[in-house]
Design a protein around this ligand. Structure first.
Ligand code: IFM
Length: 443
């Protein structure tokens, strides 16, 4: 076996990513609180509850963990319903808490990457029609102005909207997220409003902070047609690829939102991203379902032969990570891997998954594609939306009854990688020997 260390570019950001509702606890003023309290919406009726108790102050001890294990960045999100609990009310104390988090990270030498919208909305906003209502664009802009003014002293890296594609498909196509609809026309209206909101946020942040780096995070799914001889599988994969992967990032590049089924011109959105944020998890095989269904969802199948996460949610396909970066490189912008990870409570596959995916990131960086950082999802187990607590994405585990953190072996692998700014054959042999031959093939 070759002995080697694959180093990443100098100044590479190494972090983890979290989101407010998933870690804070006691978020009772947003639409997910309502959703969790509606029977049948979350697996086994589970709730975010106290989550990781960040709002109770435990963010600090988790930041200690991140810092002690060599991370030099952290991505966290702001809960709109805390900042603006009512349409005419701003909560300065809540703003201070987020200011404390950003300042604390900066003082630790960890770059804060702040997400402004990560799936949740204030209840009052949803009562006005939420993202179906074009007025939400201005309301979001006012909220962004408030947050950016308060945090700009400590943070200059911003994600406006997390996974607008998942937000739209889960909320308005699949119905697994609130508002639980199945309406393609509404889905496309929401998509357009999100593009407008992103553009408004981009301009406001730059007005307040000219040096800011502003982007969004797309959930990139590697979509491969099931049967080469069946043109309809290829067509379906193309439609899904355009709607899911391309539409939003292309719209904020060109000002044209092309959802395959409909095109909308949004000129103010042209050239409104400074980096492209990529959340990559897995690959789907796309196969036409002749028995009916939805062209945006049917029928995604796990790739044959890939190792699967415990609940079958994620297939280990590192080649898809490379593919996502190659696609992102096409935008000719700096790239951040804003999320990547796997649900794996026993931590049997995570070390291999992490090592193999980072190997692909390293390969891409060697082509001089402008990859600036990697944020593992997630720092600690947290509330996994409609799948509740059944999926555990944390480097650290969480005992929700006691709030005790459980150090998984992946913590130590990731710490060694962050500290070395590289991945070595020694690390892979120690933590993920099954990946040794693929990453460091025999000389
Ligand atoms: O937990 C989510 C996160 O909120 C958005 N990206 C995917 C993660 C894992 O499913």
């Amino acid at each position: 076996m070759s002995e080697a260390t694959f180093h990443f570019p100098r100044g590479f950001l190494w972090g983890t990513a979290t989101s407010s509702h998933q870690v804070e606890g006691n978020n009772t003023n947003n639409n997910w609180y309502v959703w969790e309290n509606t029977p049948g919406k979350i697996i086994e009726g589970q709730k975010a509850g106290l989550a990781c108790d960040w709002w109770g102050g435990r963010w600090k001890e988790d930041f200690d963990r991140a810092q002690e294990t060599g991370q030099n960045a952290h991505r966290f999100s702001i809960e709109w319903s805390r900042i603006q609990p009512k349409p005419d009310e701003w909560d300065e104390d809540a703003l201070h808490v987020y200011g404390d988090m950003a300042r604390d990270l900066a003082h630790r030498g960890m770059a804060p990457l702040v997400t402004l919208h990560h799936f949740t909305d204030p209840i009052w906003l949803t009562e006005k029609g939420g993202w179906e209502n074009p007025e939400t664009v201005n309301l979001f802009a006012a909220y962004v102005r408030k947050v950016a003014s308060a945090l700009k002293e400590y943070a200059s890296l911003w994600v406006t909207i997390n996974e607008p594609n998942v937000f739209v498909v889960s909320g308005w196509v699949e119905g697994a997220f609130p508002p639980g609809k199945h309406d393609l026309n509404l889905a496309m209206r929401v998509y357009a409003n999100l593009v407008r909101a992103h553009a408004a946020a981009y301009k406001i942040i730059h007005e307040l902070q000219p040096e800011a780096q502003v982007g969004m995070a797309i959930n990139y799914r590697s979509l491969v047609p099931a049967r080469k001889w069946m043109p309809l599988d290829g067509l379906l994969a193309n439609i899904q690829n355009q709607f899911f992967n391309n539409a939003f990032p292309a719209a904020i590049t060109t000002g044209k939102l092309d959802m395959y089924l409909k095109k909308i011109s949004i000129p103010e959105a042209a050239k409104t991203q400074d980096f492209i944020g990529v959340n990559y998890y897995s690959r789907d095989i796309v196969k036409l379902n002749l028995l009916g269904g939805n062209i945006l969802l049917d029928s995604r199948i796990a790739p044959e032969g890939a190792a699967m996460s415990p609940t079958g949610f994620i297939a280990n396909v590192p080649a898809g990570m490379y593919e996502s970066l190659q696609w992102a490189h096409g935008f000719n912008l700096p790239i951040l891997v804003t999320e990547n990870g796997i649900e794996d409570e026993p931590d049997t596959l995570r070390p291999r998954y992490t090592a193999e995916h980072l190997h692909q990131v390293w390969r891409a960086a060697n082509f001089n594609w402008r990859i600036k950082g990697y944020f593992h999802w997630s720092l600690v187990d947290n509330f996994e939306w409609e799948r509740g607590w059944t999926q555990r994405f944390g480097l650290w585990g969480l005992d929700t009854a006691t709030q005790k953190r459980i150090r998984r072996p992946s913590v130590d692998l990731y710490a060694e990688i962050c500290k070395e700014n590289g991945i070595s054959s020694e690390m892979v042999r120690k933590y993920a020997p099954e990946a040794l031959e693929t990453i460091f093939p025999p000389a």
